[in-house]
Write a protein that binds this ligand. Structure first.
Ligand code: DGT
Ligand code: CA
Ligand code: CA
Length: 571
């Protein structure tokens, strides 16, 4: 269990307490514990399991230590369950509105008695929020403007959250002797950026134990519907999950059908029809005879198609590739050899250069770039020229002491609002690796954003543009840019493009990553790790690359360190 998972429980506890109107000291204690936990470099779960005294951490007293152990051992927190029972899930959804925190939500819930986003919207429209003490017309208008987005987001979760829950359910169900096969389907299997609900399929000798087991899973809040072959549950995070029990001879057909996408399935069915066949979730049929259905391969083969990786099933290019017999061999996590974007304690990371390098080596990486923030990002303790030069010296020192991994001296350099770079050219010229990024002024007009990106691309020191659009999925739109023009400039100047693997960014999108590949731009998949756990997100970046149809050759950090260095502009 990750520190962030534990920390998020205490953040949620603090939010719920604040909404409840609890003692501010208690709320602050939980928040500070959450911060301590998420920035700890050791695994709290491992310490808890080893029986270590957790009160050694600042801000963690006896009671909190006991709760951490409880959560690590049972995946539940009694205190959290009790609070959840008092606050309706729709009230927590209000926290997803930009600019609305627990203090405001407390007023909506306790003063106005609002229980859902819809009720809050109606209250704003009726002017009741503007009348509240400490609010006003401007706040009310802001909420109204953002609430529809929050309604849309409330219904979808990130791919990382989806995968953790879906895979835990599947592992759990597979333990039952009555469960013969069990897999995740739907958008989660296609690795979309977000999932609206989760779809799980199983073959069972008896479906009742599987349904009981799902109902008892720690992530499940309640059972919404239960039949002989289908159960729908509501999860604690607000999304729903379907468990479908299908006959063994239909498992492949059901996987194919429920993996989707709908658009992909429409085309599969059309192809089947052309051959006088019928496809549904039970199998492929000629007249009334089932000719395939047990495996997906069989289903695709029966309609004259090769098996298509789920990440490509969006009815974009996969059928054309299938016709031409060239479904790409997609890049895999095992192909990745380097990670070119990460932070240390020099800026806002939780681990030292050494700790990051060792953790990267443990994950099998052969090279990394340390890329702390530049000075504009003052709240992340960004580095000015002088500190950066000293930091690089430190990196070179560490380099001498660690075998088996190359460490490049890098920097994540802000592209300032006036389109200049945050650090002097002489210093950037000394770097092994410069990532240029937009952090501030993302809402500037189109022309200014383009000016900034194009200026950075023209700088001879910039190797790559990081998280190009600046979007935060579900929370913040990317900057207003013409991506094709950005990519063309990058191709002209030999600048690479990053797929930022963090599940809240996944920037480039799969569409933009495919466009970059078409222009011959080397793509680098990077974790942007802020701790040693941060390396774990590489898989999500690889999934995004797979959805773009990228092969190992398209991804620069699958190369050896020497090959990678040979691809840099500076040579
Ligand atoms: P989501 O849940 O919005 O993230 O996206 P999906 O793709 O998981 O969609 P979902 O859960 O509604 O359905 C799962 C799959 O089942 C979907 O990708 C294709 C298949 N499916 C569901 N309903 C239909 C339908 O009405 N027609 C067709 N052709 N396929 C469907
Ligand atoms: Ca789904
Ligand atoms: Ca579904």
């Amino acid at each position: 269990m990750k520190n962030d998972t534990i920390a998020s429980q205490f953040e949620l506890l603090a939010d719920l307490l604040e909404i409840e109107g609890a003692n501010p000291f208690r709320i602050r204690a939980y928040r500070s514990a959450a911060r301590t936990i998420s920035s700890a470099s050791e695994s709290l779960a491992q310490l808890a399991i080893a029986g270590e005294d957790l009160t050694q951490f600042a801000g963690i007293g006896k009671d909190l230590a006991r709760q951490i152990v409880e959560f690590v051992q049972t995946e539940r927190l009694q205190s959290l369950e009790e609070l959840r029972a008092k606050v309706p899930p729709g009230v927590l959804d209000m926290l997803r509105i930009p600019g609305v925190g627990p203090r405001k939500v407390a007023v909506f819930f306790r003063t106005l008695g609002l229980r859902t986003l819809e009720e809050l919207k109606a209250a704003c429209e009726a002017g009741r929020v503007a009348e509240l003490k400490g609010f006003g017309k401007k706040t009310e208008a802001g909420i109204l403007q953002n609430i529809d987005q929050a309604v849309a987001n409330a219904a979808r979760i990130s791919i990382s959250e989806a995968r953790v829950i879906a895979e835990s359910v599947v592992q759990d169900l597979r333990q039952l002797p009555e469960v013969l096969q069990c897999e995740v389907a739907g958008s989660c299997r296609r690795r979309r950026e977000t999932c609206g609900d989760l779809d799980v399929l199983a073959v069972c000798s008896d479906s009742a134990p599987a349904m009981d087991r799902l109902a008892a899973h720690p992530a499940v809040e309640s059972v919404l519907l239960r039949g002989d072959t289908k159960q729908r549950v509501r999860l604690k995070n607000g999304v729903e999950m379907d468990l479908r029990v299908v006959p063994e001879e239909s498992f492949g057909a059901a996987m194919q059908y429920f993996t989707g996408s709908k658009e992909h399935n429409v085309e599969v069915r059309a192809r089947a029809r052309e051959q006088g066949l019928k496809v549904n979730e039970y199998g492929v049929y000629r007249d009334d005879e089932q000719i395939a259905g047990r495996t997906e391969e069989e289903v695709y083969a029966a309609v004259g198609l090769p098996w298509i990786p789920p990440e490509l099933r969006e009815n974009r290019l996969e059928f054309r590739w299938a016709n031409e017999g060239r479904i790409p061999e997609l890049v895999t996590l095992a192909d990745i050899r380097g990670d070119m974007h990460m932070h240390t304690t020099a800026s806002d990371g939780a681990a030292s250069i050494e700790q990051m390098a060792i953790a990267a080596r443990e994950r099998g990486l052969k090279y990394i770039a340390i890329t702390d923030h530049s000075k504009r990002v003052s709240m992340a303790n960004g580095l000015d020229e002088e500190r950066l030069l000293r930091h690089w010296e430190e990196i070179r020192r560490v380099r001498e002491t660690i075998d088996g991994i190359e460490i490049l001296c890098g920097i994540e350099c802000d592209i300032l609002e006036d389109a200049s770079l945050d650090l002097a050219d002489e210093v950037l010229a000394e770097a092994d690796w410069v990532i240029a990024v937009l952090h501030y002024g993302l809402r500037q007009p189109h022309d200014q954003i383009m000016q900034r990106l194009l200026n950075a691309i023209r700088s001879p020191h910039v190797d790559i543009i990081g998280h190009c659009t600046g979007r935060i999925i579900g929370r913040r739109e990317g900057a207003d840019m013409n991506m094709m023009d950005v990519l063309k400039a990058a191709a002209d100047h030999g600048v690479m493009m990053e797929i930022n693997a963090h599940p809240s960014r996944l920037d480039l999108s799969e569409i933009h990553a495919a466009a970059a590949r078409d222009l011959g731009i080397p793509i680098v998949i990077s974790t942007d790790a802020h701790s040693t756990d941060g390396f774990d997100v590489m898989q999500y970046g690889v999934d995004q690359a797979r959805r773009a149809g990228l092969t190992r050759d398209d991804v620069a950090n699958t190369r050896t360190a020497a090959e990678f260095r040979g691809m840099l502009r500076s040579g």
